[in-house]
Design a protein around this ligand. Structure first.
Ligand code: UD1
Length: 340
């Protein structure tokens, strides 16, 4: 029996592939490399010593996906196949709705044809919108997302929940990621960044590499310890392990369960800059700018449920996240294909 990683060549998917292979699973990756680099498949092998089977297919295409399901005994699916750039989703909402919903609906239809009942979905803390209280628990209200990307995550959660409600044998796990950063400790795989990344850590590593003159810090007048925004940053390898725990949980439950995957601890932008400087010895010049529209002051997870039910807990520190992100940045020489 094999596990299908839909969108498994991307940032989270490729790190999850490493963990699944290391845990002894037969891994099949389905990815059209629209936002990833096909060279990652060889790099996964370099790390694990094991071949992941990869099919260059569009997960939104029924016929292409059907061919993959027809060749293997697939028992479980982990669904990472979606566009993820918040700003782009505001500019091109239909692209986001079409792609992210189509990959999900096609997966569910093909799974149904082959009697595959178990799926883990790559959701996001963005579904909580502006938190009414922190730490955020899985029972807090969702759906008030501020951008189309976030809404696709929310809609997909609803679609999967409805599918599980309609089939008593179906097992769905929704994983709400907080802020995944870092890279595999080898520095061989990591996140493909746009030329001008929107997220904090790639911007810091590119500034350290001399690509940008300075980091813009968006707001120092939030009601937080130092005025800068606070987030729950989680090492991508911890996140990857959370997927292995979630797939094991698919064996023992039916219906839909949702889990926050974070560390439970918030760090401010300035604390991240400090940690990065300490770990790498590189000074990061920065300038305080106005707040970024749509940003919230503070966000971190209640992680009690994931620990209690999945037996999973993050292990890596903020220093590990900074060190590994920097190692990847140094490896990343621009020959890998840039993001769309
Ligand atoms: C964003 C997305 C979220 C997505 C996540 C992926 C929004 C509203 N949310 O979260 O949906 O799942 O990325 O990791 O876009 N910052 C700076 N300077 C920068 C970049 C960021 O000061 O150049 C600050 C931000 O203001 C924020 C913190 O760093 O306080 C984290 O920002 P970022 O990495 O973009 O993540 P989120 O906005 O939390």
């Amino acid at each position: 029996m094999a596990i299908l990683l839909a969108g498994g060549a991307g940032f989270i998917g490729s790190h999850a592939a490493v963990e699944f292979l290391n845990a002894g699973y037969d891994v099949i990756i389905a990815d059209n490399f629209s936002n990833s680099d096909s060279g990652v498949i060889d790099r996964i092998k370099t790390i694990t010593g094991i071949d992941a089977i990869c099919h260059a297919v569009n997960v939104a295409s029924y016929s292409e996906l059907d061919k993959v399901f027809s060749q293997y005994e697939i028992s479980d699916v982990v669904h990472f196949a979606g566009y993820k750039a918040v700003g782009e989703s505001v500019q091109k909402p239909l692209l986001y709705y079409r792609n992210n919903l189509d990959t999900t609906l096609t997966l569910l239809e093909v799974m149904s044809k082959y009697g595959v009942k178990r799926i883990v979905f790559s959701s996001s803390a963005t579904v909580y919108g502006t938190p009414i209280k922190i730490p955020l628990t899985e029972n807090d209200p969702v759906g008030s997302c501020t951008n189309p990307y976030g809404k696709t995550k929310y809609f997909i959660e609803q679609i999967l929940t409805d599918a599980a409600d309609a089939d008593p044998n179906m097992s769905v796990v929704l994983l709400r990621y907080f802020n995944p950063i870092g890279a595999h400790e080898s520095g061989i795989i990591g996140e493909l960044a746009n030329n001008i990344p929107n997220n904090l850590m790639p911007y810091i590593t590119q500034t350290a590499a001399g690509i940008h003159e300075k980091l813009n810090i968006y707001g120092n007048d939030y009601p937080t310890s130092d005025g800068t925004g606070v987030r729950d940053y989680i090492h991508v390898m911890d996140l990857a392990k959370g997927h292995v725990a979630a797939v094991k949980y698919l064996d023992v439950h039916t219906g839909t369960e949702v889990f926050n995957l974070g560390t439970g601890t918030g760090y401010s932008v300035l604390e991240i800059v400090d940690a990065f400087e300490k770990v790498t010895g590189i000074h990061i010049p920065y300038k305080i700018m106005p707040r970024r529209p749509g940003d919230i002051a503070e966000c971190y997870a209640c992680i009690e449920k994931a620990e209690r039910v999945l037996g999973w807990k993050s292990e890596k520190s903020i220093d590990d996240m900074c060190r590994d992100a920097w190692r990847w940045q140094q490896h990343y020489d621009g020959t890998e294909k840039h993001a769309r």
